[in-house]
Design a protein around this ligand. Sequence first.
Ligand SMILES: *[C@@H]1O[C@H](CO)[C@@H](O)[C@H](O)[C@H]1NC(C)=O
Ligand SMILES: *[C@@H]1O[C@H](CO)[C@@H](O)[C@H](O)[C@H]1NC(C)=O
Ligand SMILES: *[C@@H]1O[C@H](CO)[C@@H](O)[C@H](O)[C@H]1NC(C)=O
Ligand SMILES: *[C@@H]1O[C@H](CO)[C@@H](O)[C@H](O)[C@H]1NC(C)=O
Ligand SMILES: *[C@@H]1O[C@H](CO)[C@@H](O)[C@H](O)[C@H]1NC(C)=O
Ligand SMILES: *[C@@H]1O[C@H](CO)[C@@H](O)[C@H](O)[C@H]1NC(C)=O
Ligand SMILES: *[C@@H]1O[C@H](CO)[C@@H](O)[C@H](O)[C@H]1NC(C)=O
Ligand SMILES: *[C@@H]1O[C@H](CO)[C@@H](O)[C@H](O)[C@H]1NC(C)=O
Ligand SMILES: *[C@@H]1O[C@H](CO)[C@@H](O)[C@H](O)[C@H]1NC(C)=O
Ligand SMILES: *[C@@H]1O[C@H](CO)[C@@H](O)[C@H](O)[C@H]1NC(C)=O
Ligand SMILES: *[C@@H]1O[C@H](CO)[C@@H](O)[C@H](O)[C@H]1NC(C)=O
Ligand SMILES: *[C@@H]1O[C@H](CO)[C@@H](O)[C@H](O)[C@H]1NC(C)=O
Length: 761
Amino acid sequence: MGAWMLPCHSLLTVVPLIAVTASASVNTLPGCPATCGNVSIPYPFGIGTNCSLPGFELSCNDTGNGVQKPFHTNVEFINISLLPAQARIYNQISWQCYNATYADVSYSTWRLNFTRYPFRFSDTDNKFTVVGCDTFAYISGQNQNEMFDGACASGCSKENLKNGSCSGHGCCQTSIPKGINYYDVTFDDDFNNSQVWHFNPCSYAVLAEVDWFDFSTAYITTRELNETNGGRAPVVLDWAIGNETCEVAQRNTTSYACLSKNSKCFNSSNGLGYLCNCSSGYKGNPYLADGCQDIDECTLKDEYPCNGICTNMPGDYLCKCPPGTKGDPKYGTCKLYVSTRHEGRSENCNLQCRPGSHSNVSSSVKMVIGIVTSTSVAFLLLLCIVVSMVHERRKLNRIKEEYFWRHGGRLLLEEIKSKQGLAFKVFTKEELEQATSNFDKSRILGGGSHGTVYKGTLNDGRAVAIKKSKLIDDHQKKEFGKEMVILSQINHKNVVKLLGCCLEVEVPMLVYAFVSNGTLFQLIHDRNRTSHISLDTRLEIAFQSAEALAYLHSSASPPFLHGDVKSSNVLLDDNYNAKVSDFGASMFVPKDETQFATLVQGTCGYLDPEYLHTCQLTDKSDVYSFGVVPLELLTGRKAIYFEGSDEEKSLSSSFLSAMKEDRLLQLLDAHIKNEEDIELIGEDAELARQCLHVRGEDRPTMKEVADDFDRLRKFKQHPFLQHNPKEIESFLWKPSSYFENEISKYYSIEMKASLNIEYRE
Ligand SMILES: *[C@@H]1O[C@H](CO)[C@@H](O)[C@H](O)[C@H]1NC(C)=O
Ligand SMILES: *[C@@H]1O[C@H](CO)[C@@H](O)[C@H](O)[C@H]1NC(C)=O
Ligand SMILES: *[C@@H]1O[C@H](CO)[C@@H](O)[C@H](O)[C@H]1NC(C)=O
Ligand SMILES: *[C@@H]1O[C@H](CO)[C@@H](O)[C@H](O)[C@H]1NC(C)=O
Ligand SMILES: *[C@@H]1O[C@H](CO)[C@@H](O)[C@H](O)[C@H]1NC(C)=O
Ligand SMILES: *[C@@H]1O[C@H](CO)[C@@H](O)[C@H](O)[C@H]1NC(C)=O
Ligand SMILES: *[C@@H]1O[C@H](CO)[C@@H](O)[C@H](O)[C@H]1NC(C)=O
Ligand SMILES: *[C@@H]1O[C@H](CO)[C@@H](O)[C@H](O)[C@H]1NC(C)=O
Ligand SMILES: *[C@@H]1O[C@H](CO)[C@@H](O)[C@H](O)[C@H]1NC(C)=O
Ligand SMILES: *[C@@H]1O[C@H](CO)[C@@H](O)[C@H](O)[C@H]1NC(C)=O
Ligand SMILES: *[C@@H]1O[C@H](CO)[C@@H](O)[C@H](O)[C@H]1NC(C)=O
Ligand SMILES: *[C@@H]1O[C@H](CO)[C@@H](O)[C@H](O)[C@H]1NC(C)=O
């Protein structure tokens, strides 16, 4: 190797560089300032008139002491980059404080409105972050055509706070969708630090850069968050040119922004508009006429390796072995060139021409040795490849096997063996890959913070839904097989059937029977579909879901909790039979030693307020969440909904206040508002109200709820019974006094409520 190096090096120094070294790269239009303070301002951004593209104009303001900083309207820019097309700005942190002496709440909330500018919040680099121990904050945003709403709740006790952990205890984070260019924050009135003010007087909420935020317990007890940086947090903006795709923008040559000769266009990945980049082999500012300059690869050996003779070319470089040598000059080495094949052939010829001569004997011996060596080299090579393939395969199998045992596969296999009839299968990774075309994007049915659900088709043609969870913790991995044993025995017509699981992957996957007609959420909130759904069907769905939950609560001891009851976890088949899904969700939530869930699980609008304070999930938490489902069925509204354009409301609290003020009618879905059903609806509402009781112990059990819905639906299906109290009694097993009242004319919802309670006791 050393042999060729010397000539190679001397050659290198002789070869003249073709490209003229690039002039210092320009980043602004002529006559425009390149920096403001320490921040460089690359075009399309610019300071002053005619220095930027429309929307990108910044002003460079003196912030005192001669320190200059760039601003856009009243927002300070921290830095700007062209690729990725991002800018970092300061966002004001919104806060809410409880003043115990005056028993009042003060707050300051902040909004950013970039609807007229080419900026949107990065969905990958930012998170809506909420800090506090009695806090429920909403973020609302807007992109080109829709509103977005999210919320984050955090509760805590003084003891369970942890530095660096933002998972519902004193701190909560949630992501935002793409394309958001407007944002504001509101705090929920019901969570105002009044419960925790003695150690946590203030709550904070802000959309901020994920990497910037690191939760400290001091944020709970002090005002540190409000004091550093003037109570501001960095947030990352994605920017783009215009609102058109590349193809459309290129049609208008006067407005097309990728001005540089060697530049290319690509669509923004976050919202409308396009961006420019220098073509490969060029670098610089693609938005300026001569912005993209050739890269002299020969001077950048680390990025553009060349062990031979390097020649720079426009947009590329040549790397060749010096004459007389051969090899891979870029990633390998050049070796002195010796053609063994040529030698062999000439010897072959010699052999034919002069057979028998002494020299020929030696050369034929050489040839034989040559053939033997080359075949043995080839053989060794082949052997090597085969051995490494076998090794790789073994390694892969070993990994799979390891996962299998680690996830409790042994227990599960034994269980399946011992229960002959158990229709539960342990799937291999390949089977599931085949069923979902390698987890193709087009197969995604849905997803959330817990994981992604894919639609698949098994070899026998059965349609299945495969749930691929995100990471779970080690303790739960060990318990997985055991949990599967319990889950596999759950068998109820209103619970989605678990067909099997796959353990030989890092995070186990679950395989459920596929349910054809979407979720209850989709049914309720699709205007075209709801109008056809009668009160009967609604009651039936409520009854069936309540039955399923009652079954889950009673089928195992301690009760098997659902943990995330909501209308989107109730699936429907073609006959609108309800099937509760995702009942394993609670086990995928990390638990600490004390077995309290450390993550606030569940979904905004359905969360049990008691759970927020105690962090302990109980069967009554499921009852609370379930209580919201009949409300959705009755009102056709979402658990968090909008009134007018931007005022958001929690369905449960508007419902409770409507009940109190006797104006339930206003909230009802017009399709079911019907004179003759009004009493039934009143009872339905009353049942929901009991489920939504603030104190868990005041809520009925799931079994009681199911029984009550059973009664209501039978009532609806057999209205004739109403006129014959005796018959009703035998039919519904209820005390007759109840129904004597039932048929009386002057019967208010409140009276019914008290009756219901009497009956229960
Ligand atoms: C610019 O950076 C230098 C060194 O990092 C720092 O000392 C100086 O204060 C900065 N100036 C401004 C205006 O930010
Ligand atoms: C900006 O450009 C316009 C049109 O090209 C010109 O009329 C105007 O004088 C320029 N303004 C400045 C401050 O250079
Ligand atoms: C910065 O200066 C510009 C022009 O002088 C002014 O319009 C703007 O309000 C200033 N912004 C801030 C945040 O001071
Ligand atoms: C902008 O600032 C952030 C954080 O201070 C830093 O990580 C990043 O590299 C900077 N980007 C540029 C283009 O200067
Ligand atoms: C409560 O408000 C009063 C009046 O605004 C103020 O004097 C007092 O310091 C506040 N208390 C706390 C703990 O902030
Ligand atoms: C604070 O919230 C509680 C409910 O958690 C409510 O009862 C109380 O009225 C609220 N206080 C203020 C001042 O809003
Ligand atoms: C944002 O600003 C635009 C223009 O300044 C305005 O039309 C729009 O109403 C604002 N959006 C909100 C939600 O305030
Ligand atoms: C968290 O870190 C802060 C300092 O950043 C420290 O004061 C506090 O005691 C730490 N809290 C815990 C629970 O370790
Ligand atoms: C945060 O700081 C601002 C001034 O910088 C002050 O007006 C506000 O009262 C502070 N809020 C809290 C919660 O400390
Ligand atoms: C794109 O921007 C132009 C001008 O800024 C505006 O007239 C047009 O309505 C926008 N189109 C869309 C789809 O937002
Ligand atoms: C092209 O863009 C320029 C500048 O924005 C505009 O004045 C012109 O009307 C556009 N032409 C067409 C054909 O859209
Ligand atoms: C930009 O988006 C359009 C429409 O989505 C697509 O047709 C086009 O291929 C994309 N162009 C580039 C360069 O990615």
